[in-house]
Write a protein that binds this ligand. Structure first.
Ligand code: UD1
Length: 368
């Protein structure tokens, strides 16, 4: 019997994680009827639509249009709308990815409707509950029937929390499936020409509430970036949250005057891949970019006190630098002097994670 599998995406980092699964289901038309739901957590073209195009994602079967709001508002809106959809058109399995509010909201709705839940990128823990994503990860994994993991540390975290071994499947990293599929296309992007980058450069992204919502923390990070940009041109595609805060705190106009900073709108997947692959260094607070730089072999300085992706430090090119001016500048200097981390690609980050997930679902079919 065909399984109706409802795949839920909502925010930018979800799109590259669902993209490799859709064609994989289609290889088994007698077994799967995939459905794609977009919650609308991210809605700007440059946060959503352009990713659908570049990642060759099909048009969503349904768009819930929830938009922005407080955490509770956003989570509640996804829950109300998704419950209506799943009540009208029942699912045999709900697949959620990553750790955004849409992920947790969809997992709760499915579990309450007694629909099995699969969580892709399960088990990651920063052990920092002030981080909204950590709450999303804990709740989602507690409800999941299938925990698909990217690294052995995630398996261990789940086992410590009492998740039975039978629910944990180490399958690798679906986001890296997408990266490997689109790397060649990304390297052809003319983004460097458009941004007038003809030599070495650094690539910056910042959007975590803990970094950009506090005026003092943001000022400290910016003061470090100012030192770095005097030595190395920096490209900084600013997330809408960050743009809002830079304006609100009165830093926006000053940044326009920095000679070596290209402060631009959010960029697409292929441009981002091209910049990450060619950058001398990446400075970021993103989760996904810590993993992508590890695979691309680019040194990454993560502007956070902790990470839920420790394998990027132990095996990859990632270094945690926190938010202090001195540490960020010192580690950036280290890389500029040619002493950046190299590292290796973790096990199963090989372009075949989606294939393993679908195989696992075929072998351990959810009960109808
Ligand atoms: C969300 C995720 C975060 C992820 C990030 C990637 C949660 C808790 N957080 O954070 O894990 O790393 O996405 O981007 O789910 N906005 C727009 N246009 C958009 C989307 C957002 O202007 O298309 C603005 C709104 O002002 C909104 C703010 O950005 O209030 C924040 O958006 P939101 O979805 O709440 O969280 P992110 O910071 O994007």
């Amino acid at each position: 019997m065909k399984l109706r599998v409802v795949n839920v995406v909502g925010a930018r980092p979800n799109f590259m994680k669902i993209a490799p699964l859709m064609p994989e289901y289609r290889k088994h038309p007698a077994d799967f009827e995939p459905v794609l739901v977009h919650t609308g957590q991210h809605y700007d073209d440059n946060m959503s639509q352009q990713f659908f195009e570049q990642l060759h994602l099909p048009e969503p079967d349904v768009y819930l249009g929830v938009g922005s709001g407080t955490h509770s508002e956003q989570t509640a809106k996804v829950m109300v709308e998704l419950e209506k959809f799943l009540t009208k058109t029942p699912a045999d399995l709900v697949v959620v990815v990553g750790d955004v509010n849409s992920t947790m909201a969809a997992a709760i709705v499915a579990a309450k409707l007694c629909v099995p839940v699969a969580h892709i990128e399960a088990g990651l823990r920063s052990f920092d509950r002030t981080m909204p994503e950590e709450i999303n990860r804990l709740v989602t994994d507690a409800l999941a029937d299938y925990c698909f993991t990217t690294s052995p540390d995630a398996d261990e975290n789940l086992r410590h929390e009492g998740v039975s071994r039978g629910k944990i499947f180490f399958v690798g990293n679906v986001m890296i499936d997408t990266l490997l599929q689109l790397k060649e296309a990304g390297l052809k992007s003319d983004v460097r020409r458009r941004l007038r980058l003809d030599g070495e450069f650094g690539f910056v992204t910042l959007h975590r509430p803990s970094n950009v919502d506090s005026k003092e923390t943001l000022a400290e990070i910016l003061s470090a970036l100012d030192v770095v940009q005097k030595k190395l041109p920096l490209v900084f595609p600013a997330h809408p949250r960050t743009v809002n805060r830079l304006k609100q705190f009165g830093y926006w106009d000053e940044l326009q005057r920095w000679e070596n900073l290209r402060l631009v709108e959010p960029i697409g997947y292929l441009d981002s891949l091209c910049l990450m692959a060619n950058a001398k260094l990446v400075l970021t607070d993103s989760g996904g970019m810590q993993e992508e730089t590890t695979v691309l072999g680019t040194p990454c300085l993560t502007i956070r006190e902790n990470t839920e992706r420790p394998i990027t430090i132990t095996e990859g090119t990632n270094t945690l630098v926190g938010t202090s001016h001195a540490k960020i500048v010192a580690e950036a200097r280290h890389i500029l002097e040619g002493r950046g981390k190299t590292g290796r690609v973790p096990k199963f980050w090989d372009g075949r994670a989606a294939e393993r997930i679908v195989q696992c679902l075929l072998e351990h079919r959810p009960k109808k």
